[in-house]
Design a protein around this ligand. Structure first.
Ligand code: GDD
Ligand code: MG
Length: 326
């Protein structure tokens, strides 16, 4: 089995800690290791570093080499343009033999229990030995989150393995509420497993415009110029013929924003004092919060964020205005 870490996302939801040059995967949000380093260590618990690949943007090449010195440089595929995850998954999969099993993982998720994680991965790998299909890893949903993909299960075909009726990427709020209440849906954790042969067969059938440029053009530069920008969830998962899901029996978070760090138990900065307040404080200077509920206060050398914890998605728009003002 080969593992592929998707590490080319940008994302500024952790401003003022993250910037364009340092997206989430390169932040040390927990303890003293970056999320990409934690992802690599989780994989190398059972895999040799030679079997770990990374697809990232060329602007993060240096940071990636620095974080993952054990991974051979030729395993780190550098994209010239940001074209989302479908081209990244395709380019990586094309590196391997037809019969190879490929495990795709995002670089920026939090999964603390490595044993339980590997139990699920090994179950998936075993399942694919004699069955065709794409494996997803399903998380039991707890809220009508609109930032995730949803997996509708058909039936449990063996312990923790379900056949899938449908995959729906990022539904609107009303649909997400419906899915949650039905009890038939999992969240998509963003990890996938497939064999190269089946992946190519499915891409040829459902997503030709993404696959073809990889065969049509000689250079990867030209391929990337021509390939459409689309995520693997829309390009393939919503259309794929045979999908299975393994119920993820481990703690998982995609660490979406500052609020999720608070939920994961990250503590306030030691020099903060809260009076009649409920606040998540990450600052380098002594900080006092008085009489405020559900507030996030973050200060780094890049700037200061003071926000209501339920409105953090507005950071992106605000940053656009900040750029304009500078
Ligand atoms: N190489 C490369 N190139 N990687 C990329 C690119 C790209 O252009 N764009 C994003 N990535 C990486 C990100 O760094 C991240 O590790 C992973 O691919 C997923 O991309 P996101 O942009 O974070 O996707 P998402 O969070 O909107 O949605 C996905 O994850 C959810 C769970 O967190 C989907 O798979 C959803 O269905 C899923 O629920
Ligand atoms: Mg994500």
């Amino acid at each position: 089995m080969k593992a592929v870490i998707l590490a080319g996302g940008s994302g500024e939801r952790f401003w003022p800690l993250s910037t364009k040059d340092t997206p989430k995967q390169f932040l040390k949000l927990f303890a003293d290791k970056t999320l990409i380093r934690q992802t690599f260590e989780r994989l190398s618990y059972r895999l040799s570093p030679e079997d770990v690949y990374v697809v990232t943007n060329q602007m993060y090449a240096h940071k990636t080499y620095e974080e993952l010195p054990e991974v051979p440089k030729e395993n780190i595929l550098l994209e010239l343009l940001k074209k989302n995850t479908a081209p990244a998954c395709t380019w990586a999969t094309l590196q391997f033999d037809d019969e190879e099993t490929i495990f795709i993982v995002p670089a920026d998720h939090f999964i603390p229990d490595v044993e339980k994680f590997w139990n699920a991965v090994e179950l998936a790998e075993k399942f694919l030995q004699d069955k065709e299909g794409i494996i997803t890893f399903g998380i039991v949903p707890t809220r009508p989150e609109t930032g995730y993909g949803y997996i509708e299960v058909e039936s449990e075909i063996s312990d923790n393995v379900y056949s899938v009726k449908m995959f729906r990427e990022k539904p609107n709020y009303e649909t997400a509420v419906e899915y949650l209440n039905s009890g038939r849906f999992f969240w998509n954790s963003g990890m996938f497993m497939w064999k190269k042969k089946y992946f190519l067969k499915q891409m040829r059938k459902h997503s030709k415009d993404v696959l073809e440029p990889f065969f049509e053009y000689k250079s990867i530069e030209e391929t990337y110029e021509k390939v459409p920008s689309i995520s693997i969830d829309y390009a393939l998962m919503e259309k794929a013929d045979k999908i299975y899901t393994i119920k993820a029996d481990f703690v998982w978070s995609d660490v979406g924003n500052w609020k999720s760090l608070e939920e994961l138990g990250v503590e306030n900065s030691p020099h903060s004092v809260l009076i009649d307040s409920k606040a998540f404080v990450q600052t380098t200077k002594p900080t006092i919060v008085i009489g405020l509920e559900d507030v996030i206060v973050v200060e780094t050398e890049n700037g200061i964020l003071v926000a209501k914890s339920t409105e953090l998605e507005k950071i992106r728009a605000a940053l656009g205005k900040l750029d304009g003002a500078r």
